[in-house]
Design a protein around this ligand. Structure first.
Ligand code: IMP
Length: 192
């Protein structure tokens, strides 16, 4: 089975992506690969950050690897927080701080349209390749559900009546930004 290091320190992401690639790819976490430390993400695009994170692993291991970068793009806020979604409420802020800031920014607004977009950068033999996934939905006015992470409790995907945080992981994976990007990665790896 192909072995790929996943350049993330986010345990939820490892769990999601491992479930999606089960039986096809052995997903190795940074800890399992013996890597520690904060991975820089200072680019101003999702693609740039995904490349930067995957390159960080490649430079240290020369092993095939991938990274993802995700942004929540809110229409009424001109696409913010976008590439800055992780630190929307400031450096070292929590998921809760980000949700509170977003709910306050949308207070009283009727347009609650948003999308999640993920770009995955796969590096094989030092060559980058990109896979993108997107899901459209709405920002809720309050938190719903306890599953998932990040903005999940306030994001309701189109054609569903529940938030990402109210869905079993398999359901979120089948429609989510990262799930769709991972499906493209899987399709590419299977076709080789
Ligand atoms: P990252 O840079 O890919 O880690 O993503 C940036 C931020 O987007 C994260 O810190 C989370 O707050 C948020 N995010 C990424 N993926 C998801 C998701 O699947 N659900 C909810 N929030 C997410």
């Amino acid at each position: 089975m192909k072995r790929l290091i996943f350049a993330t320190n986010n345990k939820h992401k490892v769990q999601e992506v491992r479930a999606a690639l089960q039986g096809h790819v052995e997903v190795v976490s940074l800890a399992e690969a013996g890597l520690a430390g904060e991975i820089p993400e200072t680019a101003d695009t999702l693609q740039g950050n995904a490349l930067q994170k995957a390159q960080w692993v490649w430079e240290r291991t020369h092993t095939d690897c991938f990274a993802d970068d995700t942004g929540l793009e809110v229409e009424a806020l001109g696409g913010a927080p976008g590439v800055y979604s992780a630190r929307y409420a400031g450096e070292h802020c929590s998921f809760d701080d980000n949700i509170n800031k977003l709910l306050a920014a949308l207070n009283g607004k009727t347009n609650r349209k948003a999308d999640f977009r993920t770009v995955i950068c796969l590096i094989e033999n030092n060559k980058p390749r990109y896979f993108e996934g997107r899901v459209d939905g709405q920002i809720l006015t309050e938190r719903h559900g306890a599953e998932g992470f990040g903005y999940d409790p306030i994001f309701m995907p189109d054609r569903f009546a529940v938030s990402f945080a109210e869905m079993p992981l398999e359901v979120k994976n089948s429609i989510s930004h990262r799930g769709l990007a991972v499906a493209k990665l899987k399709e590419y790896l299977e076709a080789k």
